[in-house]
Ligand binder design. Structure first.
Ligand SMILES: *Cc1c(COP(=O)(O)O)cnc(C)c1O
Length: 460
């Protein structure tokens, strides 16, 4: 057994191909439907929004998809990322469990999100597009895409949820430093934004509204701009698989293998990126690993939302997919884990959860901050409030091991650091944060207006 703290790979060990879970799905993630006709979308419809290469990846059944060399070159700025054995946390918990985390906070913008932003920016550049439109909540995704667009000399037009734009200036400044244009959403720049503002001039915005604006801006740009989404879609999950693929090699170096794999879920991309390569091992080699997706009780998509068809955005202009959803009109309460507040969930993760291949848990805000502070004091890194959900779940499992006297190997994805989220820590330390569980009555309310999809497609 190794006595190391960090497991570091060489640049030459950077994966050459992403893992595409499509051919290994035990259950179909369902078709992607046109928001108006509610029939399966044509590639022509999607090509208004996305680069061709991205669309091809979405439907590909190749298990391994080569990472283009220009993308690998940018990855090398921070990848491979370290796998760390959290020995000081183990000691603080006095647990016989071994706890490991894959540290994605080492990317230049501090989260896993550049893993897909860089790939998407390269595809757009390669196809002669001028730039991207996108939405961002707290600004993690916008920062990643702004950086990637800057590397590939593309324009970046970001719609940032208004409440975050007002309350969280630092990531706006990061985006602007990379040359992006950032607007608070709802904005006056789009017809949908103007409509929302007419109905409610004080609208704080939501990811669903910001997506609608970004989609509209791309659709009305005469092909100059494509639209980029930082989570949920199959190709995004696949781009993130570099995380798990590296981790597999690092666990070999450590001569261990995880019994439990954990990640927080907003749209599902960092969880998928970390977990799917291990899930592949489970499917092909029968490894008995448990997979736990962790969400906030304030946005309990997997644990409380029905598994059905819903629009990806509030204006019903984005495609309809089959997923666990709280309804496209869901407006999340103001918890600090901004990245975990999307109304839906990646169709692949929804399907795997429905099938029983992965488990889901919902955790309260205060318990996650408590875990984050414990982690920071033991390991020295302040986690993003999103990441704190994965940490709390890992700590819970480690404490179960202590009770049972079992020595499990627990691995979680450290999706990002919290150094631009210190206002949230301040609120926690000042005792200003409260717990909030999204009430069942409200879920019934926001899931009343789901698209009616034909019987044949429902069961496909
Ligand atoms: C955006 C974000 C998340 C949530 O998004 P996923 O697509 O579910 O991974 C989690 N952690 C951090 C640090 C983020 O920035």
């Amino acid at each position: 057994m190794s006595d190391k703290y960090k497991y570091m790979l060489d640049e030459k060990d950077l994966p050459k191909a992403w893992y595409n879970i499509n051919p290994d799905m035990p259950i179909s993630p369902g078709p992607v439907l046109h928001p108006v006709t509610k029939e399966p979308v044509s590639p022509e419809f999607l090509s208004v929004l996305f680069p061709m290469r991205f669309i091809q990846e979405a439907v590909s059944t190749e298990r391994w998809i080569e990472i283009p060399e220009p993308v690998r070159e940018v990855y090398k700025l921070w990848r491979p990322s370290p796998l760390i054995r959290a020995r000081r946390l183990e000691k603080a918990l006095d647990t016989p469990a071994h706890i490991y985390y894959k540290n994605e906070s080492v990317s230049p913008v501090g989260s896993h999100k550049p893993n897909t932003a860089v790939a998407q920016a390269f595809y757009a550049k390669d196809e002669g597009v001028t730039g991207y439109t996108t939405e961002t909540g707290a600004g993690q995704w916008g920062s990643a895409l702004a950086m990637a667009c800057n590397f590939f000399d593309l324009a970046c037009d970001v719609y940032m949820v208004r409440v975050s734009y007002q309350q969280k200036p630092y990531r706006r400044i990061v985006m602007q430093t990379f040359g992006a244009e950032v607007s608070p959403s709802p904005s006056e720049k789009t017809a949908f934004g103007r409509k929302v503002l007419t109905d409610n001039p004080d609208s704080l915005g939501s990811l669903g509204i910001a997506i609608s604006e970004a989609v509209e801006a791309a659709v009305t740009s005469n092909g100059k701009f494509k639209y980029s989404l930082g989570s949920v879609l199959g190709p995004v999950l696949m781009h993130q698989s570099v995380i798990g693929l590296e981790a597999l090699k690092q666990f070999e170096m450590a001569d261990e293998y995880p019994d439990i794999v954990i990640g927080c879920v907003g749209g599902g991309s960092n969880f998928a990126g970390f977990a799917f390569p291990f899930l592949h091992k489970k499917f092909t080699e029968g490894k008995a690993t448990r997979f736990i997706a962790v969400e906030p009780t304030a946005c309990p998509t997997l644990t409380k939302g029905p598994y059905t068809f819903d629009y990806g955005d509030t204006a019903k202009s984005a495609p309809i997919v089959k997923m666990h959803t709280l309804g496209h009109t869901f407006v999340p309460p103001g918890i600090h884990a901004g990245g975990l507040r999307y109304h839906g969930m990646a169709p692949h993760i929804s399907a795997l959860c429905h099938h029983g291949a992965i488990e889901a848990v919902a955790l309260n805000q205060l318990s996650t901050f408590k875990a984050a502070v414990l982690f920071a004091q033991a390991e020295g890194i302040i986690p993003a409030p999103e990441t704190a959900h994965a940490i709390k779940a890992a700590i819970d499992e480690a404490l179960k091991c202590k009770e049972e006297g079992t020595k499990k190997v627990i691995a979680f994805n450290f999706s990002g650091h919290g150094l631009l989220d210190l206002a949230a820590y301040d609120a926690y330390l000042q005792d200003e944060l409260v717990d909030y569980a999204y009430p069942d009555e409200l879920i019934q309310e926001t899931t009343k207006d789901l698209p009616q999809v034909s019987e044949a497609l429902m069961t496909e």
